[in-house]
Design a protein around this ligand. Structure first.
Ligand code: NI
Length: 153
């Protein structure tokens, strides 16, 4: 495993759309392991492959309940109930903004071996799913602020 550099806001790669993964090979496995290590090292709860400069639809999340790897993730259900809370991003260090996200989401995704799983998340986990999956389409949380205000930590 190796630490990778986290791409910072302003790098145009963050606005690109990531590609569907169809090769479940050793390279993918290494990418996922590196992303997990990089996320833990940065004290983050989620990281998308684009944030280490790889345009593949891969996300890792750990909100303190153990690592979750999501390959080709899709939100298949979201609650009408919303949560309006502060949100941050490892690519925009030192700032947070308030977003509105579904309280609960259901996500369909593959693991590193290509096996499909359904993941359910509420509160912070739901927010992490939404935030990281947005990254795969070049969307950043600052695009969805409820009050247009970004605050320094
Ligand atoms: Ni982010």
């Amino acid at each position: 495993m190796a630490l990778r550099n986290i791409v910072k806001y302003g790098d145009p790669v963050l606005r690109k759309k990531s590609r569907v993964v169809d090769n479940f090979d050793k390279k993918l496995s290494t990418l996922i392991d590196d992303m997990l290590q990089t996320m833990y090292n940065a004290d983050g709860v989620g990281l998308a492959a684009v944030q280490v400069g790889v345009l593949k639809r891969v996300v890792v999340i750990d909100i303190g309940e153990g690592p979750i790897e999501l390959v080709n993730p899709e939100i298949i259900d979201a609650s009408e109930e919303m949560q309006v809370t502060p949100e941050g991003c490892l690519s925009l260090p030192g700032q947070t903004g308030t977003t509105s996200r579904p309280m609960t989401v259901k996500v369909k995704a593959q693991d590193r071996n290509g096996k499909w799983y359904i993941h359910k998340g509420t509160e912070l986990k739901a927010k992490a799913f939404c935030h990281e999956i947005d990254h795969l389409d070049g969307i950043l949380y600052i695009d969805n602020l409820v009050d247009d205000a970004v605050e320094g930590k």
